[in-house]
Design a protein around this ligand. Sequence first.
Ligand SMILES: Nc1ncnc2c1ncn2[C@@H]1O[C@H](COP(=O)(O)OP(=O)(O)OP(=O)(O)O)[C@@H](O)[C@H]1O
Ligand SMILES: Nc1ncnc2c1ncn2[C@@H]1O[C@H](COP(=O)(O)OP(=O)(O)OP(=O)(O)O)[C@@H](O)[C@H]1O
Ligand SMILES: [Mg+2]
Ligand SMILES: [Mg+2]
Lengths: 253, 253
Amino acid sequence: MTRIIAIANQKGGVGKTTSAINISAALATIGQSVLLIDLDPQANATSGVSVEPQDATIYECLMEGKLIESAILPTCIHGNNIIPSKGDLVGAEIEISNMVDRETILKTVVGEIQGYDFVIIDCPPAFGLLTINALVAASALIVPVQCEYYAMEGLGRLMGNVDRIRDSFNSALDLQGIVLTMYDSRINLSRQVESEIRGFFKEKVFQTVIPRNVALAEAPSHGKPVMSYNAASSGAKAYLDLAKEILANGKES
Amino acid sequence: MTRIIAIANQKGGVGKTTSAINISAALATIGQSVLLIDLDPQANATSGVSVEPQDATIYECLMEGKLIESAILPTCIHGNNIIPSKGDLVGAEIEISNMVDRETILKTVVGEIQGYDFVIIDCPPAFGLLTINALVAASALIVPVQCEYYAMEGLGRLMGNVDRIRDSFNSALDLQGIVLTMYDSRINLSRQVESEIRGFFKEKVFQTVIPRNVALAEAPSHGKPVMSYNAASSGAKAYLDLAKEILANGKES
Ligand SMILES: Nc1ncnc2c1ncn2[C@@H]1O[C@H](COP(=O)(O)OP(=O)(O)OP(=O)(O)O)[C@@H](O)[C@H]1O
Ligand SMILES: Nc1ncnc2c1ncn2[C@@H]1O[C@H](COP(=O)(O)OP(=O)(O)OP(=O)(O)O)[C@@H](O)[C@H]1O
Ligand SMILES: [Mg+2]
Ligand SMILES: [Mg+2]
C-alpha cells in the first residue's frame, strides 16, 4: 500500500522543499522505494537534486495527459526517483480553476503510479489549487514549521483548511505530523515556539526536531540531498531520524 | 509625488514582511509619512504591528468597493499607518481572475490615497494576481533576497516576470533595488551569494545589507517593528540605513 504524503504549509520558507528532498532521500537510504513529486512552480525540489526535466514534467502530466511514467527521472540516491516541475506550472493554477474536476486532477494522475512504498509531494507556499490537489491525492500530510512567530501563527488557519479538505474531498487525509525546523537551541524564540506547539498539538508533533544547520542550506547549491552532500552533518542525521520515525508511525495504521 | 513601492519575491520566507514593516517604520522615524498595505492573505504585516482590523481590510476595498479611508489604521509609530489584511483575501485571487480589469483593481484603489510620501505594499509568496496587482499599482519594486541558494536561483525568473509587467501594464515600474537579507558573515554561503548577486545586478543591489539578527525574528511576537522593540539591535540599524538609502535614491529621479 503506497503511502502518499503531502509536505505543505502556506507560510513561505519553513523548510517544505528541504524536508521533501531529505525525507525522500533518507527513506530511500533505509531501503524504501520513494517517488518525489515537485508540485511547486519554483521547481526548487527539481534543482535541489540537480535533475533536468526531459520529455515531461508534472505540468504535462496534469495539463496535457502525458503518462506519468514518461516524467519519472532518477536522482543520485538509489531507490529515490522524482517527477520534476517547471515554471509553467504557475499558469496551471488559473487553468485548473476553470475545470470541473479542479480539486482531483492530481489524484487521478497519482492513481497511475505503481511500485513505490512512498510518494512525497512538495507544495508551493500558498493554499491554492496546487496544494489542494496534493491534499486530495494524499493519504497523509506533514507540516514543516520553522521555530518562529509567523510560522506558528499560521498553523491554526492551515489546520482549519485541512479539516475542510478532509470533510469535502478526502476523508482519509491523516495529519502524519508537524515537524519543527531550523531549531536553534541558543535562541529563546526557538524554545518558546517548540513548547507552545508541543503544548497545543501534543503527540501530533514529531519527536525529531530539525536543527538549523548550514549543510542543509549548502546542499542545494551542490544539487544533492544532505545525506549525499554531508552525511555526518546534524541536518543529515536529523532527517534520517525523521524518516525512521515516519516509517515506524506507519506500522501502527 | 507619492512613491508607491511593492515588496515582492515569489520565493517564500526571504524577509518580504520583515522588510515591509521595518522599511515603513524606519521611513516614518526619519520624518516621512508612510502607508503600509498588507496584500498577503497570511496577514503577517497586520499581526506584526499588532493591528486588529476594524470596519474594512484591503479585501473589502478591492472586492466590495469600500473606501480606502475606512480601512486605514494607525501603528505604534507616528506617521506610519496600515491597511490590514485578512485570510479571506486568499479567495480574492480566484474571484479577481474572472474580472475584466483583473490586473488593475489595486491601482484604482491606491489612486484614491492622498497625503502620504510613501505607500509600501507587502506581497504574498507567489507570482499570482495579488502580486501582479501590486506591481501594476507601484512606481517601484524592492526585492528582498535571502543569502541562500534557492532565493538566488529564483531571481532570474522574477526579473523576467517583472519585465513582462512593465511591457504590458506599467511602463513606469522601476527596480528600486535588491536587498540582501539574513546575511551571516560567518557563513561562506552568505558571502558567495552576495558576491554572485552583486556581480550580476551591480548598482541595482542596495549597499545596505540586512544581517541575520534575532531581534528581527522576535519583534513580530511583540507586535512591533524592530525599532520599537529593540532600537539598538543590528537589525534596527540596518533597516534605518536602508530607509535612508531609499530616500536618497528617490532624490535623483
Ligand atoms: N534546518 C535548516 N537549517 C538551515 N537552513 C535551512 C534549513 N531548512 C531549510 N533551510 C534553508 O532555508 C531556506 C528555506 O527552506 P526551503 O526553501 O526548503 O523552504 P520552503 O518552505 O520550501 O520555501 P517555499 O515556501 O519558498 O517553498 C532554504 O534556503 C534552505 O536551504
Ligand atoms: N534579518 C533577519 N534575521 C533574522 N530573522 C529574520 C530576518 N528577516 C526575517 N526574519 C525571520 O524569518 C522569517 C521569514 O521572514 P518573513 O516572514 O518576513 O519573510 P516573507 O518573505 O515575508 O515570508 P512569506 O514568503 O511567507 O511571506 C520570519 O520568521 C522572520 O521573523
Ligand atoms: Mg519550497
Ligand atoms: Mg510575508
